[in-house]
Design a protein around this ligand. Structure first.
Ligand code: PMP
Length: 436
């Protein structure tokens, strides 16, 4: 039964039992309406309240400033790999178009203006459109590949590929002075259309220890538009949201059920402040135009209800986040961070105490607090099989590493309790001493 199992899956991941108990009730009868939550209209007052409450809880936990919007979409984290490109390229083109128009206006007649602007844009896209990616693991790699698929590899600047300095494997983050970022252009210009990072690499167990100082704005004119995928470490530590243009993440790890993706976006990137480029212009420039269901301005304008939103998934996320708000009070997400750090520390300490049996995969400086990747006896197949079998006997499940890298992975998401972690480290101790 559920209370005999401790689950360390990487996503979908465990959810608090109390939320699931309440969820099973709401599936049958939501708020005494006599109908279940998956049956009510996404445009009903109840659904609107669920949306509003969930947004408030997230904004409270992460101290999201007022100049950011919170969007809920389907599409998964992977859908946002594409949305990010559609949106930020369009935004870049519009800024460049405005600047070209202003500068050319003075010297051209109206009729010639449009053509001249277009010619200049075509040249600028060819020569200057760059999307910077920091590749620290398989998810940022995938995101960069999607960008190359959509706009062409010639526009994608892999500013850092962590495998290069590490024998072709992920597991380290090279020093910032080795990154090759597109320079920030000042005076009304724009640098890279985006600078992308994956804050926590779920497969490789690599997490940025903090916001990279190389990406900090040096002045208010700076246009470093940082996009972060936080799918696997969302609401697990303090985040200075104002440093990011966009943060996104799928819900199915720290937040809730599979089905929604959350996007936190700086409002200045959404119309009417910065109207996005005309789709015709994008097509003429041979740049991609995304599907409407991934179009952030459309989703924002419609309070995330442009099309049918799975309200049940929003409700689950809301319950999880509201319970964190209640548990941690004024500490907000720092309260969760303390616990997440403590649990991760317990596991790493145990692994490090038995180095002859366990080898942590990533470098110590970038070890993920969420996905703890390690090998048993140097990756010996029989030893790893035995470790997993012994764990399963004790009700410790979901410890197998991603199929692409093998080994073990203990995912330490918010709903993994301290007791579950203590059980795991107890087993690790026993196994290391040969007593499993
Ligand atoms: N980014 C990260 C960091 C992930 O861990 C995952 C999924 N494990 C994704 C993106 C892709 O998410 P989805 O499967 O929801 O598309």
């Amino acid at each position: 039964s559920r209370d005999q199992v401790s689950y360390f899956g990487a996503g979908p991941a465990p959810l608090p039992t109390s939320v699931l108990e309440k969820a099973s009730q709401t599936l049958l009868n939501y708020n005494d309406m006599g109908i279940g939550i998956t049956e009510i209209s996404h445009r009903s007052p109840e659904a609107n309240k669920i949306l509003a409450d969930t947004k408030t809880a997230l904004a409270t936990l992460l101290d999201i400033p007022d100049d950011y919007d919170i969007l809920f979409l389907q599409s998964g984290g992977s859908g946002q790999f594409s949305a990010v490109v559609y949106h930020m390229v369009s935004s870049w083109v519009e800024k460049r178009r405005k600047r070209a128009e202003q500068e050319i206006k003075a010297e051209a007649s109206d009729r010639a203006l449009e053509q001249k602007v277009f010619d200049r844009l075509q040249k600028e896209v060819k020569e200057e459109l760059r999307l910077d990616y920091l590749v620290t693991g398989s998810w940022s790699l995938k995101a960069s590949q999607e960008a190359a698929r959509l706009v062409g590899a010639e526009h994608v600047n892999v500013a850092m590929d962590a495998r290069k300095a590490n024998d072709g494997k992920f597991g380290k983050i090279p020093a910032e002075n080795e990154w090759e970022l597109t320079p920030i252009k000042k005076q009304g210009g724009t640098g890279a259309a985006l600078t992308y990072l994956c804050d926590n690499e779920t497969v490789d167990g690599v997490e940025f220890p903090s916001f990279p100082s190389a990406l900090d704005a040096q002045s208010p004119d700076d246009e470093r538009l940082v996009i972060a995928d936080m799918s696997s470490n969302f609401i697990s530590r303090k985040v200075d949201v104002s440093k990011y243009a966009v943060i996104f993440g799928g819900a199915q790890k720290n937040i809730g059920t599979t089905g929604i993706t959350i996007v936190i976006v700086r409002k200045s990137l959404l119309p009417p402040h910065a109207p996005l480029a005309d789709p015709r212009l994008l097509r003429d420039l041979k740049l991609p135009v995304g599907p409407i269901v991934l179009d952030w301005p459309t989703i924002a304008k419609n309070n995330s209800l442009y099309n049918t939103l799975p309200i049940f998934d929003v409700w689950v996320a809301g319950q999880v986040m509201q319970s964190l708000v209640q548990s941690y009070g004024s500490k907000k997400i720092a309260g969760q961070q303390e616990i997440s750090d403590r649990k991760a520390q317990l596991i790493y300490e145990t692994l490090d105490a038995h180095r002859e049996v366990y080898q942590v995969v990533p470098d110590k400086s970038v070890r993920s607090r969420m996905n703890i990747c390690f090998r048993v006896r140097g990756g010996d197949a029989d030893a790893e099989k035995a470790f997993l079998a012994g764990a399963a006997e004790k009700g410790l499940l979901g410890l197998k590493g991603h199929r692409s890298v093998g080994g073990m992975r203990a995912s330490n998401y918010n709903a993994v309790t301290l007791e579950a972690v203590q059980k795991l480290v107890g087993y690790m101790e026993d196994y290391a001493k040969g007593g499993s």
